[in-house]
Design a protein around this ligand. Sequence first.
Ligand SMILES: Cc1cc2nc3c(=O)[nH]c(=O)nc-3n(C[C@H](O)[C@H](O)[C@H](O)COP(=O)(O)OP(=O)(O)OC[C@H]3O[C@@H](n4cnc5c(N)ncnc54)[C@H](O)[C@@H]3O)c2cc1C
Length: 395
Amino acid sequence: MSAAEPVLKPDHAARRPHFIFTEEHERLRESIHAFVVKELAPHAERWEEETFDDWVFPRMGELGFLGLSMPEAYGGQGGDYPCNLVLAEELVHAQCGGLAMGLAVHTDMATPPILAFGTEEQKQQYLAPAIRGQKISCLGITEPDAGSDVAGIRTRAVKDGDDYVINGSKTYITNGHRADFIVLVTKTDPDAGYDGFTLFLVDMDAPGVTREKRLEKLGMHASDTALLAFQDVRVPASAALGEVGKGFYHIMWELQGERLIGAAGCVAGAQRVFDQTLEYARSRTAFGRPIGGFQVTRHKFAEMATKIEAARQMVYTTAWRFMNGEYPVREISMAKVFSARVAVEVADECIQIHGGAGYMREYGVERVWRDMRLNRIGAGTDEIMLEVIGRSYGL
Ligand SMILES: Cc1cc2nc3c(=O)[nH]c(=O)nc-3n(C[C@H](O)[C@H](O)[C@H](O)COP(=O)(O)OP(=O)(O)OC[C@H]3O[C@@H](n4cnc5c(N)ncnc54)[C@H](O)[C@@H]3O)c2cc1C
């Protein structure tokens, strides 16, 4: 061993973007971050009380943030999937989970099926204005009697001449009160099993559509959540989105992107509350020293950091496969259940580290916990994710 051998020291503060992100993504990250901190975060407290303002959509449309990976032909930015991850990650800095969810429903849940399955006319009528932020979208899968069991939905669309007539109800619909249109999951042939579902694009001001109730909830207060009724809603056959009878498969495809973007939001949300709590643990003293100096607290941070990093790597690697044309349903389900659990555990531990302050609204940590808790339920519960993973092994 030579005496001149260099001493290697880890640089823990170094920023090393994951390989799925390029310089261009990092520039996008900076510009979204600046926008979020300057134009969205200042309203977070009011939005918790009143739900977020509709102007967010046209403003983000103007900045190009609602169609980052959508084709330029429809007003999108023509970027790739990591651009969507960047948006989901940076939105956590608004400190307003309901806002991030309302936007994600629009950008990553309701509009991708229009691009994937829509006709040119539907893309011009719904997708292009949605990307501009001039039309707000929502997605209607869940019903009062069927959530996890999507195949059990009862909303019917019955052919009547050149039209379809829709009857049924949907619940827990994010953006349901503010939306201009809904991507609606219906049954067109109840006897055809999985081949009896059809998606429709329905204008929310169509006769027979009623926004029945504004639902109160544990967290995500900045988002609006609706109970919707559809009574003899008449739509032309051209309102069918994708192939008639193939709606179940279309929505299962949609759910993969929804779960992955939700997982990315969980990791970013966990990281943000971790960072905030780290600052707190450095400055708050007890028994004559910073609380972060107690080994038990240090180990809590070590555990949290390790879990966040594991979740992040899982999300990025799965996203990389997804953007390269694979359909990694098992890994997306793993990323979704793992990230959601990590986010809730981290938020809970951060409340603990804050002590009484963690329980106070002023610090915002309890809000993170309340908002994050949804991720173990929405877009497929933990139990359903474990079912998907378990069944993928032939069990
Ligand atoms: C704030 C919020 C926003 C939402 N936004 C939307 C939206 O915009 N659009 C939309 O369509 N939906 C939305 N949802 C609905 C959400 O996706 C459903 O709540 C979720 O899929 C679970 O369905 P459920 O509530 O009917 O629960 P259920 O399906 O009734 O499940 C109840 C419990 O039973 C368990 N369970 C069910 N089946 C099984 C099984 N086979 N094996 C083991 N356990 C099982 C579940 O895991 C759960 O713990 C939203 C929900 C919330 C709370």
